[in-house]
Design a protein around this ligand. Structure first.
Ligand SMILES: *Cc1c(COP(=O)(O)O)cnc(C)c1O
Length: 349
């Protein structure tokens, strides 16, 4: 089975070898307060900084999922009020869970065909934290993240389906969060949170330590190269080896964009399925997830044809369930994988 689902998605084939290695070396049984774990965590944080070009004063934490990271932002970093600006299902869910903690959390939805940069913002006077989605996996939109729009607030960004696949402007936000089963291409069960010094300063100012996963407790542990709870050591190991193996993110970024261009050109010239890019303006498309819109009958047909050939495409999500299909374009998806799918789509309709 070859999965183009936008998460969980195709796992890097090399992961199998690394899982085997983790067994052979006894990594799967190590204690998270042992010297071996501390070495592993230290090296993982270092190689991520190097390969993903993360500023040296930003700190990286391992949590269980992107969803958990949403909650950590609310519990540890929002002072009084957040504003959620979103155009799809994941941004809406993040706003919902935050509103359960802060009933006064504000949200604004914007049109999928409009960029975040064109948004009309309400007064931000009461708002201390802005929550944005860089990679809206549900509809394939990708936003340009920039501090310039917002003034002196904390900015938290969900990049779950783009982190590891494109370069992200780390300095333009204070919290970047993701989980590993999408663009990073390893099995589910690990989340990543990357924080700026400003985010840590906010955590210090608020001084919250009542949740096991409050940022201050995660940071105390990180300084000793430990974690606040027994983490998914196997996934951390696989991520470590994979990050050592893959090229720098600037190179991956160029590959991702080239592969997406292949898809855009294909769908512009192949009209037999009657599908077109859901997002009209190419600048607003997420390079890592392509959403295609069409007649629900054709959408069902293409899914079935691919499944019969052992290829899984992404179903439509939320409001777009019936009339869209999504194709993940993650680093695990090779040019060969793409050609395999293209062949299937162009022959014997
Ligand atoms: C998948 C996804 C999530 C949730 O990830 P989990 O690993 O299930 O917590 C959050 N945000 C976006 C944009 C996603 O694509």
């Amino acid at each position: 089975m070859l999965s183009f689902y936008p998460g969980p998605s195709k796992v890097h084939p090399e992961a199998l070898k690394f899982i085997q290695e983790a067994f052979d070396q006894g990594i799967v049984s190590i204690n998270h307060r042992s010297a071996r774990f501390e070495e592993l965590l230290k090296d993982t944080l270092e190689i991520l900084h190097v390969q993903w070009n993360i500023p040296s004063d930003y700190t990286i934490y391992f949590v269980s999922s992107a969803t958990e990271a949403w909650e950590i932002v609310a519990q540890s970093l929002i002072e009084k009020q957040s504003l959620h600006i979103y155009n799809g299902a994941f941004g809406k869910k993040w706003a919902h869970y935050t509103q359960e903690i802060y009933p006064n959390a504000q949200s604004i939805a914007f049109d999928t065909q409009e960029g975040l940069a064109n948004m009309y913002l309400p007064s931000l006077e009461q708002v201390d934290t802005i929550c944005l989605v860089q990679s809206e996996t549900s509809n394939g939109t990708g936003q340009t993240i920039s501090r310039a729009m917002f003034g002196d607030v904390l900015i938290a960004v969900d990049a779950t389906s783009s982190m590891g696949g494109i370069e992200l402007p780390w300095n333009e936000a204070d919290v970047w969060l993701a989980s590993v089963q999408k663009c990073i291409g390893i099995p589910a069960g690990l989340g990543i949170m990357i924080c700026s010094p400003k985010a840590l300063a906010r955590a210090e100012k608020l001084g919250r330590k009542s949740h096991y996963n409050d940022v201050l407790l995660m940071e105390e542990n990180r300084q000793r190269f430990q974690t606040h709870y027994t983490p998914n050591v196997l996934s951390i190991f696989v991520l470590n080896r994979l990050t050592h193996l893959l090229p720098n993110l600037s190179i991956i970024d160029a590959q991702t964009r080239k592969k997406m261009k292949t898809w855009e050109d294909f769908w512009a010239s192949n009209t037999s399925w009657g599908l077109k890019c859901l997002i009209e303006n190419p600048v607003l498309r997420l390079p890592t997830v392509l959403a295609l819109q069409g007649d629900p009958t054709q959408i069902r047909l293409i899914q079935q044809k691919c499944l019969a050939a052992g290829i899984e495409l992404g179903k439509g999500y939320g409001d777009w369930q019936a009339n869209t299909v999504r194709i993940a374009n993650f680093p695990s998806h090779t040019e060969n994988d793409i050609q395999t799918l293209i062949q299937l789509l162009t022959h014997e309709l």
